[in-house]
Write a protein that binds this ligand. Sequence first.
Ligand code: ACM
Length: 533
Amino acid sequence: MTNKNPIFLLLISMLLTISVSSQESKESRRFNLIPYPNMVKVSDGTFTLPEVVTICSENNSALLDLIKWLENDKALTARKVRKKHASISLKITKDFNPSNEESYQIDVIHKNITIKASHEAGLYYGIQSLKQLFRDRKVVPTLQIKDEPYCSWRAFMLDEARHFKGKAAVKQILDEMARLKMNTFHWHLTDSEGWRIDIQKYPLLCQIGAFRKDSEAGTWKSGKLHGVPHSGFYTQEDIKEIVAYAADKHIRVVPEIEMPGHSAAAVAAYPWLSATGEKIEVPVKFGKHKDMFDVTKPEVIEFIKNVLSEIFELFPSKYVHVGGDEVIYDQWLESERVCAYMKEHNLVSPADLQIQFTNEISKFIEENGKVMIGWNEILGSNIHAWQDSTERAVTTELSQNAVVQFWKGDTILIREALEKGHNVINSYHKYTYLDMIKKPLAQIYSFNPKPIFLDEKLKAGILGMGCQMWGEWIPTIELMQERIYPKLAAYAEIGWTLPINKDYEGFTLRIDALCTEWEAQGIKWNKSILKRK
Ligand code: ACM
């Protein structure tokens, strides 16, 4: 029996259209691409990876990466060929979207695949997407992907000052960042509870500062200790090895050397660095400590500049992070010399003194061809309930070239920083602190590093986003991994995929394949967070 009623036929045809288009979107979603590309167009044909894959590429590192994957993961034979009849062609073409070095295009047609980019980074990301496309198959539909990142700064921060993790753990994180197209490894290498990078001019920084007798356990003020000493540091050779490993994956390494606060481990090594000059031990309890650099002493400024000079040599990155957060000003305010210095230099508050110091360091960093980054306290606003309101900067302006990493306070401070001409990295703790957020993943995923209350001109000053793995309560690599994964994938998509193309439900489906891979590699990941709504 057939129904010829025109309304019935119209309804059927509408239903068919809806099901075809949702079919189409499912089709593209089923590739499990993370971060999701900004355009995926699937067409009718198919492409099959042959047993012997021929590759044409003028770029050697991309070629080697591809060959390694085809031979090791896909168990195929891969061979380099000249231009014609290659199964896969990798092309760096200067006229392809030259304004964005990380953009790429993939064309999969019946007989071959082409990846185009204007720069090696784009080619690298094209290959990461290709690997995901063929993750569990050798046949894919013909398609085109056009892709470029939402943010140019897509960072993951690891705090190894609190608990040292070592080279192998760092390299594994870099591997995961690279396939998720994250391009910045922010390395928190010094803090009050540990100094983790060898500085040749000051050997005690590691000989004393990299060791502590014990560690607070569990959580803040738990009153518990692990009952074992903790230590670890990177030699300069180790640092070079990690920096080169990251560079191969198009990841810049940004070192963070905390100043003037969060520096008690350095004071334990060289007590003359503080205002009191008192001998202390590397603290076993985590948090804010009042022992810190006295920036009114010329020898302290010289020390900091000498440390930074070694840092410049070790890290090719244009950016150097100087911390600047959560400074407890007690030691400065209790020191007659520091107070006299402030008076002499018309510095109204200790925050003014901090800014004056930060500006001097920023100038030094610039003279060395680099750019300084600091947490948003470097602007001088009082963002902490524990801080006295008189400790707020009232007169001194932060040097405009400083990049402000926003983590705490009213989000309006982002606008203020941008209006003053600073570039901003958005690491708002409520969304990006891996150690503390309890939000459901869906809410984390909704984070937009470029707040919608900003106009387009100001938004352009936001370099991107960072997510932070602070180390106080993660003494083991396993605990650290459970905090990082699967959230890292959400942050990757936050940084890369245009907000309009983000889709949480799709993300929860696409992430399965990644979790399976983490499982196979022995990486621990938090299963419960995927279920939480
Ligand atoms: C910070 O979390 N103290 C930057």
